[in-house]
Design a protein around this ligand. Structure first.
Ligand SMILES: [Fe+2]
Ligand SMILES: [Fe+2]
Length: 398
């Protein structure tokens, strides 16, 4: 490395800040996997899947560092990188090497006792190989920028999404040493690598800075695409068990064991799913769920007293309303549909809707929904759209 005069250091800090901003503005921070961590939408086993896949990368990380080292013509750069490698290797304690810390965490927190036997997805292997190939085939400035700002530099922030999400799920911080250690030490690791990039730039030229930004963008974009693939797989995993049942061509193995096959609707042989009374908004209604053994169809009774309405809301499931008794007006977006006993109304997914009892007797509606399907996906739990003041609305009734 250059002899570190103070003017060189201040140049490095000034230029380095430019790339920090570039990283912060990257679209990776809008990735749906990170958003799902942030919004507490992942279960422990879903975190387990993500981190078990990440083990492939973690286990291979010293290969990435070595690839960068191979690109360094300057022996002092290699010396600096060997310090990073030494820390990755657990220094004196080989058992403490970072990949082993992750092995321990996978076992203790997720019950993954043989992480090396994980069925790593093709896209997981591809992501790692893409990183390795980039480092092997790029010049030292680009390779160091890729691994510095683009990889090691974002580890503390990315791991904090996982760390906070798991702590919110009740996992003890002491069980997350692999994550917390990297949240602390990877800033230093990235600084070493970033200095190599700047030092190798050989002059303060715009061309170099653009090369660095290009390398950072490549690194973050690869990771962004990888995270999206993980998220897509999580999203499809629950729906897959339903698809397997649909395509199995077999009825229930044991009809007796399948659960309830019958419920009386008007006697409300079910559980109260939701109840709300808010005189100010004219809101007064009750929803009962009938727990028959259905997988997808989720039948409910909606009851609204005379002159009252339910709250305006929307959700992922679609609903077919069958009017059992009374008369009412179903509002869907800007449309209003008048209904009486014996009629059907259909409410498509995600449209704002509410129903008003416009008759002189209680309005009873059997709502057949496909909630059993939509609840497979993140964001679609009962609590995600109910009980929110903003869902009450204050339209004039009638
Ligand atoms: Fe590490
Ligand atoms: Fe609804």
């Amino acid at each position: 490395m250059n002899t570190s005069t103070s003017s060189v250091l201040s140049m490095e800090n000034r230029i380095g800040a430019r790339f920090e901003d570039f990283v912060q503005q990257h679209r990776i921070w809008q990735n749906p996997l990170l958003k799902a961590c942030e919004n507490n939408q992942l279960t422990i086993s879903e975190f387990g899947f993500v981190i078990a896949q990440h083990f492939y990368y973690s286990r291979g990380f010293t290969r990435l560092l070595s690839a960068l080292m191979m690109q360094c013509e300057n022996d002092l750069h290699r010396v600096a990188l060997s310090h990073n490698l030494w820390e990755e290797a657990g220094e004196e304690e080989q058992q403490e090497c970072h990949s082993n810390l992750l092995r321990n965490m996978l076992g203790n927190v997720f019950g993954v006792t043989a992480p090396d036997e994980t069925r790593f997805r093709d896209y997981t292997v591809q992501y790692f190989n893409d990183c390795l190939n980039y480092l092997k085939h790029s010049d030292i400035v680009r390779a160091a920028a890729f691994l510095g700002w683009g990889t090691e530099g974002v580890v503390p922030k990315i791991y904090s999404y996982l760390f906070n999400g798991l702590v919110n799920q009740g996992v003890a911080e002491s069980d997350l040493l692999y994550l917390s250690l990297h949240m602390e030490c990877d800033d230093e690791h990235s600084e070493v690598i970033e200095k190599i990039a700047l030092d190798a730039c050989d002059g303060d030229t715009e061309q170099h800075w653009l090369a660095i930004e290009e390398a950072i963008d490549t690194s973050l974009s690869l990771r962004d695409a990888y995270f999206t693939k993980l998220y897509e797989e999580l999203k499809m995993a629950k729906a897959k068990s339903l698809i397997d049942l649909v395509t199995s061509d077999k009825p229930y193995a044991d009809l007796e064991a399948s659960g309830a096959l019958h419920a009386n609707v008007l006697e409300k042989q079910g559980i109260t799913l939701y109840q709300r009374e808010d005189e100010a908004g004219g809101v007064n209604f009750e929803v009962t769920r009938f727990k028959v053994a259905s997988e997808v169809i989720d039948p409910r009774l909606l009851e609204i007293p005379v002159g009252k309405r339910n709250e305006k809301h929307n959700h992922a499931h679609e609903s077919v309303f069958y009017i059992l008794s009374g008369q009412g007006r179903v509002h869907i977006d800007e449309k209003a549909i008048d209904v009486v006993a014996g009629e059907l109304a259909y409410v498509p997914r995600w449209y704002d809707h509410y129903t008003v009892n416009t008759g002189s007797e209680p309005l009873r509606i059997l709502a057949l929904t496909d909630y059993g399907f939509t609840r497979c996906f993140p964001k679609n739990s009962e609590s995600s759209y109910r009980n929110k003041p903003e869902n009450l609305g204050h339209q004039v009734i009638g």
